[in-house]
Write a protein that binds this ligand. Structure first.
Ligand code: PMV
Length: 322
């Protein structure tokens, strides 16, 4: 007679995210606004593995398999797995196989690294029969973000762990904010990978060379972000769009924009977007454009014609996102 081995399996997911206002300045203590993007997700599936096999992380999309026992301390996913095991109070390495997949483009400002880590933490804690509260997920993912980013503000892990729009100030718990009228964003991928670590490092070096000049730009960005919170609360779409354009100008002053992004931004505005800006680290990655029912299709088409690799429409302020 053959013994049937019941295989335990747990699957958890985490959404992508996009920063609406305040990237880069948020690293220097100014506020930023970010929302989850539920259409793109990372997934972690844990299954029980044969005894003695220990923990294995399979990054399916890139065909990489890593045994936890052999992983370097600087491996971001191994780090987050070790931290989550510690959080769960699991001393001896269990025999668990983690398979990770994601449809969030890498190095494009959609939070792919934080989302994979968040899915992994949720799956591990759930597989261990424990709750996975947002605060815990956010705290553990932040540690892996330090390896991905260098000096992260913590906004990515916060918005992804809480999976709701957040008003974020470094070192403080994320706040919710009021959305007077739902609005739609077109998120366009420039197709140019741009590691956040590099643009954040460049801004840091420029800030070190000219602290007063850069602090002044960060403070002007903070004014934009405060204005945006009011415009979003009041449902004033024209003001939200104008503030996106102003934020883009400030990001150009910081040196994190690029001709390719500006070409796409111009195309979106010319096709009827009320405002457009880069989002996240910059240089490449994604940009966002504020659209309405009339302009959505024309803006999407214009972005694709101008070279965008993919355009996602997402709503801010409706159930499921808000
Ligand atoms: O490139 P993204 O979307 O992961 O975001 C980076 C946001 C920055 O403000 C540039 C850096 C940070 O840690 O907040």
């Amino acid at each position: 007679m053959q013994a049937r081995i019941a295989q335990m399996m747990t699957t958890s997911t985490a959404s992508g995210k996009i920063i609406l206002f305040g990237e880069h300045a948020v690293v220097y203590g100014r506020p930023a606004i970010a929302v989850p993007v539920a259409q793109v997700r990372a997934t972690a599936t844990v299954t029980d593995a044969p005894p003695g096999s220990g923990c294995t992380i399979v990054a399916q999309d890139i065909g990489e398999e890593t045994r936890l026992a052999a992983a370097a301390a600087t491996h971001p996913l191994a780090l987050v797995l070790r931290l989550a095991l510690e959080e769960a109070g699991i001393g001896a390495e269990p025999d668990w196989r983690f398979v990770l997949t994601s449809d969030i483009p890498i190095a494009s400002g959609l939070g792919s690294g934080a989302a994979i880590s968040a899915a992994l933490v949720r799956a591990l804690l759930t597989h261990a029969g424990q709750p996975a509260p947002a605060e815990t997920v956010s705290r553990l993912v932040y540690r892996s973000e330090e390896l991905f980013h260098g000096t992260p503000s913590g906004i990515d892990n916060a918005v992804i762990a809480y999976e709701r729009p957040v008003w974020f100030v470094k070192g403080q718990p994320p706040e919710s904010f009021a959305v007077g009228q739902p609005f739609t964003l077109a998120i366009a991928d420039s197709g140019i990978p741009s590691p956040t670590k590099e643009s954040v490092g460049d801004v840091r070096r420029a800030w070190e060379a000219d602290p007063a000049g850069y602090e002044a730009i960060f403070s002007r960005i903070a004014d934009v972000v405060h204005g945006a919170r009011r415009a979003i609360r009041d449902g004033n779409l024209a003001a939200i769009g104008a503030l996106m354009n102003t934020n883009q100008q400030r990001l150009e002053e910081l040196g994190v924009s690029s001709p390719a992004l500006e070409k796409l931004i111009d195309a979106a505005r010319a096709a009827g977007a009320k405002g457009a800006k880069l989002s996240g680290g910059g240089r490449g990655g994604n940009l966002i454009a504020l659209v309405d029912e009339e302009s959505a299709e024309a803006v999407q088409t214009a972005l694709v014609n101008a070279g965008a690799k993919r355009v996602i429409l997402t709503q801010v302020g409706t159930a499921g996102i808000g």
